[in-house]
Write a protein that binds this ligand. Structure first.
Ligand code: TYM
Length: 400
């Protein structure tokens, strides 16, 4: 339960068998090891204190170290205290529906926007998902980008401060920046960072320049340097570590800062929630019956029989159901500890635990779906595109 050490270690302490790339997360992720390998920093108590000082509260994602690692977050907060505002940047590769995992960085980004008054630049990488998929035509990823934007709006971002674009819809604006990033990035760097091979299509080889370019977009559009903070799960780190932070000083920009989250697990045994395993992911558009069915058929850390469970207790640390409470469905630390203690003490059985979770997840999804429906009328207040120009919203260029 100690958030500093809540990394679900294997019982034998070994967790060598895992992969984390922007396109694949497999195995039981050793988050400590990623900090070492990627050269990031853990979120230290001083940073938590700075949040408390500046915002009057500490979001549970920080308190529980769901957002656990960073680069230059301390610098972002220092500059903010000295009167220099930062902008937020995050994104989505529209390959299908949005699931709970995608919402983790967005919920945190919304908290940051509310507390710091920051603008958010949100990139929908419709091109990336076309390049990496065998089944999705470009027109489909473009449609999905608009569908996924409804989920983003449902989170409650401020339309005046939120700018959403697709790569294909904003390419004219993005290209000059991406070209400069690409000029300073060799193929051997891209291969080393992303593992590209000869069979990789050349669209994908150029693509990282576009994902990096957004780090500099507001500075270019406004004509002065603005610090950038990127909330995302740690799978996106190669873009920042390998490309954006390398290129930034060469182009005269600040290095973008990051705050990295862990992955909410899927409902199966091991692995993150992922759209490629739809049975173990909860999508925002799932019916409430489907949500109930998925939660109730979840893998758990329970024992084979009720008798054993009462005797030995459950293994909450290895249980996705417990982790759902930890990530999203029990904000109160005292209540969370009670769920944990009752599980490992053998008083709380998996069936009851799943029934309680199913009802909370359904409540969350129902509420999200209502907001998502309402968002349909507001799409144009968020979208910027080349034809509207610069930071002008689609809604501002419509006649009548
Ligand atoms: P994508 O669509 O794979 O993921 C969108 C965001 O969701 C995070 N994420 C998760 N977070 C917690 N638990 C999970 N199980 C989980 N699964 C996914 C990802 O880290 C990401 O933050 N190329 C990007 C799109 C992109 C982007 C960005 C993302 C463009 N610019 C800037 C973050 C920041 C992509 O395909 O994300």
């Amino acid at each position: 339960m100690d958030p500093e050490n809540d990394d679900r270690k294997e019982e034998d302490g070994k967790k060598d068998d895992f992969i984390v790339t922007p396109w694949m997360v497999k195995g039981d992720v050793d988050y400590d090891k990623l900090v070492e390998e990627f050269g990031t920093s853990r979120i230290a108590p001083e940073i938590i204190e700075a949040f408390r000082r500046l915002t009057g509260e500490v979001h549970p994602f920080l308190r529980r170290r769901i957002f656990y690692s960073h680069r230059d977050l301390d610098e972002i907060l220092r500059r903010y205290e000295n009167g220099e505002k930062f902008f937020l940047y995050t994104g989505r590769g529209p390959s299908g529906g949005v699931h709970l995992g995608h919402l983790i960085p967005w919920i945190f980004t919304k908290y940051m926007q509310d507390k710091f008054g920051s603008e958010l630049y949100f990139q929908m990488t419709d091109d990336e998902k076309y390049f990496t998929s065998d089944r999705l035509p470009l027109e489909k990823t473009q449609d999905l980008a608009m569908e996924n934007t409804l989920d983003l709006i449902a989170i409650g971002f401020d339309p005046k401060k939120t700018f959403v674009f697709t790569d294909t819809g904003y390419m004219k604006t993005m290209y000059s920046i991406a070209a400069k990033v690409a000029k300073h990035t060799t193929l051997s760097t891209a291969k080393a960072v992303f593992g590209f091979e000869n069979s990789t299509d050349i669209g994908m080889i150029f693509f990282p320049a576009l994902q990096a370019a957004t780090c500099f977009l507001p500075s270019v559009l406004k004509g002065y340097n603005i610090p950038c903070l990127i909330p995302a799960a740690i799978d996106q780190d190669p873009y920042w570590r390998g490309i954006a932070r390398e290129v930034a000083p060469k182009l005269g920009f600040y290095k973008p800062a990051q705050v990295h989250s862990k992955f909410i697990p899927g409902l199966g045994q091991g692995g993150k929630m992922s759209a490629s395993e739809p049975e173990t992911a909860i999508f925002t558009t799932d019916s409430l019956q489907t949500v109930e069915k998925k939660v109730k058929s979840s893998f758990t850390g329970g024992r084979d029989t009720q008798v054993e469970q009462r005797l030995l207790g459950g293994r909450a640390d290895h249980c996705p159901v417990y982790h759902y409470y930890y990530f999203l469905f029990e904000e109160n630390d005292f209540e969370l500890k009670k769920i944990y203690d009752d599980c490992v003490g053998g008083q709380l059985l998996c069936g009851d635990c799943k029934t309680m979770l199913a009802s909370r997840v359904k409540g969350f999804i129902k509420n999200h779906q209502e907001k998502r429906e309402a968002a349909k009328a507001h799409l144009d207040e968020f979208i910027i595109e080349d034809s509207s120009g610069g930071l002008t919203k689609r809604s501002e260029t419509k006649i009548g």
